[in-house]
Design a protein around this ligand. Structure first.
Ligand SMILES: Cc1ncc(COP(=O)(O)O)c(C=O)c1O
Length: 492
């Protein structure tokens, strides 16, 4: 173990919790279950006494209060060092909170922002909270797979030219499907114009821990990075981090205030401890675990490709528009050669061997692997179930599922997402909605790029496109009426 790894081998916050619970303190504070004694028996049995004993409130002396740097501050500093950030914040409301905080911090710099169109819904929520006016930049669409990849640098350059007063640019990398953006070039383009690049790296918290993986966003020059530590690195669900780069164009105090504003005053100590521990595990054992996981997934990919009708997404995607690199921790399976869609295969896999996938669409199934899975038996189990599923449904004689037509252009942004969200609203029949301003998002899957966002004027073409996508078996997310009989619009 090298000097820096030795330094990273401790878990100051987790240790402080254990120390507190271990000395039988008088718990004259919340939570009311008092270390488990007052908890429901079923919960106590399910979680175990130790978990409840460690569930303590914020501002506990010796944990996150007391002589500086206290254990909580030391844990966040170790996390910043581990990812190469100037500062890291532990988040207890997921990467969603990271996006909300990033938006509020960015709004200090101006009223406009360039945003990748297929950003996570929490980024759109951040626009609602902050009141910023977005210029949307379209990700590259893969016409064969029917999925969206990352943002092309030229697209960002054009969007920033169209938005001379932009406070910053906000992109997503990696995608759900493993495509990684050319963050270094994108950051260069943003910085040429003097604006920060925010990267929603919810799916890439592990990238910092292996040289065979694509470069992570902070190393590539991003100013602020949202990291969903629970997704692949292995902290508890809902825990995440926000990383500020050294020399960032974002202001540290503004980010700090935004994190506080979007956070409970009672952050879960269990979630925070899991971040401290996941950081230690990633630094000290992450590289070895990642090597094993990547090797096991490479074998699983090779086996899946031998099943007639199936293919996998892998580094062969690199070089396609919007794919600068590929993150192999996602096992994405191309099912276009099978006589059933991803929507039909996913429940079949569940029936066959209780296989529960992260995501599935018309053409692609996505299985997620953690960076440090002790036993990788799931990969073989998935391969066997896929083989049985294909044997059952057969292969597609034509070879390819019908592809979806290009979506019509987005409607004019008639008001900010915030104004549309807060303004007076009504629900109207979809056939009367053209020309009205949407108060909700409508995103057809596949490929999941929003066709309509709050504040945009609905067009006849877009409504017809969504209807036809629904008729072909697609779905629409964000809509209050998922069958699109009605749409929520702004009263003008
Ligand atoms: C790109 C992206 N950003 C943010 C999030 C939100 O993450 P969390 O569930 O940790 O709040 C997700 C969730 O899937 C995501 O895919």
């Amino acid at each position: 173990m090298g000097a820096s790894e030795e330094h990273q081998a401790g878990t100051p916050y987790l240790d402080a919790l254990r120390e507190y619970a271990g000395r039988d303190p008088a718990r004259l504070h919340v939570p009311g279950h008092k270390g488990g004694q007052g908890a429901d028996e079923g919960l106590l049995e399910a979680l175990g006494e130790r978990a409840l004993a460690l569930d303590i409130p914020a501002l506990t002396y010796g944990v996150d209060l007391g002589p500086e740097p206290n254990p909580f501050a030391r844990a966040q500093t170790l996390a910043a060092e581990a990812w190469g950030a100037a500062r890291a914040w532990f988040l207890v409301n997921g990467a969603s909170q990271g996006n909300l905080a990033a938006g509020l911090a960015l709004a200090h710099r101006g009223e406009q922002v360039v945003v990748q169109r297929n950003a996570h819904s929490s980024t759109i929520d951040a626009l609602v909270l902050s009141g910023m006016r977005p210029t949307f930049a379209a990700p590259e669409l893969d016409p064969e797979l029917g999925i969206a990849h990352c943002l092309n640098p030229e697209t960002l350059r054009r969007a920033l030219e169209l938005t001379p007063d932009a406070a910053g640019a906000w992109i997503v990398s990696p995608t759900y499907f493993g495509a990684v953006a050319d963050v270094r070039t994108l950051a260069g383009i943003a910085h040429e114009r003097g604006v920060p690049l925010i990267v929603d790296e919810a799916w890439g918290a592990h990238l910092a821990f292996h040289e065979r993986l694509p470069e992570h966003a902070l190393a590539a020059g991003a100013d602020l990075v949202i990291s969903s530590t629970h997704k692949i690195v292995g902290s508890l669900t809902q825990s995440a981090m926000l990383h500020l780069a050294a020399g960032s164009l974002m202001n540290e105090q503004e980010v700090d205030r935004a994190v506080t504003l979007t956070e409970s005053t009672s952050p879960s100590s269990l979630l925070l401890a899991s971040l401290d521990a996941a950081r230690r595990a990633a630094v000290t054992g992450g590289r070895a675990h990642l090597s094993r996981t990547m090797d096991a997934l490479a074998r699983a990919r090779a086996e899946i490709r031998t099943i007639e009708g199936l293919d996998v997404l892998d580094e062969r995607l690199v070089g396609r528009p919007g794919v600068f690199a590929y993150d192999p921790l996602r096992l994405a399976i191309d099912v276009r050669g099978v006589a059933a869609s991803g929507y039909e295969l996913a429940p079949l896999l569940r029936e066959l061997d209780d296989i529960n996938l992260e995501l599935y669409g018309q053409n692609v199934l996505v299985a997620v692997f953690g960076m440090a899975e002790r036993s990788l038996t799931e990969a073989g189990r998935l391969v066997r179930a896929l083989s049985a599923a294909v044997a059952k449904v057969g292969v597609e004689p034509a070879g390819l599922h019908t592809s979806f037509a290009d979506a019509p252009p987005w409607g004019e942004l008639a008001m900010t997402p915030r104004a549309a969200y807060l303004g007076p609203q009504e629900v109207v029949p979809a056939e009367h909605a053209a020309g009205r301003i949407a108060a909700e998002s409508l995103a057809t899957y596949p490929p999941g790029i929003p066709n309509v966002l709050p504040g945009e004027r609905l067009t006849t073409e877009t409504l017809a496109y969504i209807r036809s996508a629904l008729e072909q078996g697609g779905s629409v997310r964000g809509a209050s009426d998922r069958l699109l009989h009605t749409v929520r619009v702004v009263v003008e």
